[in-house]
Design a protein around this ligand. Structure first.
Ligand SMILES: NC(=O)c1ccc[n+]([C@@H]2O[C@H](COP(=O)([O-])OP(=O)(O)OC[C@H]3O[C@@H](n4cnc5c(N)ncnc54)[C@H](OP(=O)(O)O)[C@@H]3O)[C@@H](O)[C@H]2O)c1
Length: 370
């Protein structure tokens, strides 16, 4: 990728947001990582200079880097002003887009990036957005040679790369995978869901998904979101009402914003240190030389991806490592640009090794012939 012609290799758009602040810190950490050999000029972008400055000051304090603010560019731009998005995209090799919900805000950034020759990674958990961007922009992105890679946070790097890892570790052909997610929400409790989208939407789901959750976990589901919730349910439970539940809140912007604000409040009050996730994959397939149409699957494998708190610790790590992969492992990316899922974009790269080094760990639990 043509990193040298542009002033910033990375631009964190939406750095002032709840997730954007952690992505900003993560880029700042990477900038001075001991193994880094090349320079990493980067900037934060958003609609309020004051907020962006505050985020940089907080990161500087947290990371013990008093000069950080002076090392990072600031770009002012607003989704409602397409010219400002063009200006941002022209200055960036790769935009890390943290401005969501993406179905309301995402498209103008994808468009501006493609038109101005910048790649873009987001942390969207809204499948319909990624699908729409693929249908509308895949060919245009390919023509321009840029990569638009969606869902590169907790949704869906562990799931996508977990399946690729399982495939790579199987001594034969992987033909099916079942996966389960366990969220450990600190010392107070453990939530588990059955891997379906609906069961993940603890408080927001339908009656039947709430019933399912009740039988699958030792916690009681909550029927609504509001101030009463906080009084009635422990923080460890509320913490799992994460912003990646946004896809399930429908298209009413005011409900989405109210829920998001509420979740941020809860998260600010409760430390995320004790939280973690484990994603387990059960794969089956055929050992080499066995014919898929004539035989039953004869090999099984179980793998896991484990990591820290999903929404605001694992997500920034995943997003930033995906970004560094895109900048540095160009020859292992799909040949032409386009709109991709993380699995499609990163399957031949070293992203899994990078994640292993940053605390999102991939391992084989067992592997056997049946
Ligand atoms: N994939 C995952 O696992 C995962 C994990 C966490 C979050 N997420 C997603 O990340 C997204 C952000 O979540 P969040 O909790 O960080 O939200 P947030 O705190 O509300 O942050 C939103 C950001 O968007 C900016 N913004 C809003 N309107 C804008 C406009 N017109 N022009 C420019 N910037 C604008 C805000 O800027 P101001 O500060 O100026 O308002 C803020 O920086 C959501 O879509 C969420 O679902 C995904």
């Amino acid at each position: 990728m043509a990193t040298e012609q542009r002033p910033f290799h990375l631009v964190v758009f939406g750095a002032s947001g709840f997730t954007g602040q952690f992505v900003t810190e993560e880029v700042a950490r990477e900038q001075v990582a001991p193994e880094r050999s090349a320079r990493l000029p980067w900037a934060v972008a958003g609609r309020s200079r004051e907020k962006l400055q505050r985020v940089l000051e907080r990161a500087a304090l947290k990371l013990g880097r008093p000069t950080l603010s002076s090392e990072v560019g600031i770009i002012i731009c607003d989704i409602t002003n397409p010219a400002s998005l063009d200006e941002m995209a022209k200055q960036a090799t790769l935009v890390l887009n943290c401005v969501g919900p993406y179905r309301f805000y995402g498209e103008p950034i994808v468009k501006a990036c493609i038109e101005n020759g910048a790649s873009c990674i987001d942390i969207c958990g809204e499948p319909e957005f990624l699908e729409l961007m693929y249908w509308k922009y895949h060919e245009k992105a390919a023509e321009k040679g840029v990569y638009i890679i969606g869902s590169s946070g907790f949704d869906s790097i562990p799931a996508d790369l977990g399946i690729i890892y399982t495939r790579n570790k199987m001594n034969g052909t992987l033909t099916s995978v079942e996966s389960f997610l366990t969220i450990h929400s600190g010392p107070e409790g453990l939530c588990i869901h059955d891997g379906t989208w609906k069961s993940a939407v603890y408080g927001f789901g339908s009656q039947s998904s709430l019933k399912k959750l009740r039988s699958a976990s030792n916690l009681k589901p909550v029927p609504f979101v509001g101030p009463k919730l906080k009084k009635r349910w422990p923080v460890s439970y509320c913490r799992e009402l994460n912003t990646y539940s946004i896809p399930f809140l429908g298209s009413d912007m005011s409900v989405v914003r109210r829920t998001q604000r509420y979740m941020h409040e809860v998260l600010e009050e409760s430390p995320m240190d004790g939280s973690s996730f484990t994603m387990t994959f059960f794969g089956q397939g055929y050992s080499r030389g066995l014919s898929i149409d004539k035989n039953k699957p004869n090999i099984k494998i179980c793998t896991q991806v484990k990591g820290p708190e999903a929404g605001y610790v694992a997500t920034p790590i995943a997003m930033v490592q995906a970004a560094l992969t895109l900048l540095n492992d160009v020859s292992d990316l799909p040949k032409a640009g386009g709109v991709f899922t993380p699995g499609a974009a990163f399957s031949r790269t070293k992203l899994i090794d990078r994640l292993n080094q940053r605390g999102i760990e991939f391992s084989v639990i067992s592997s056997s012939e049946v």
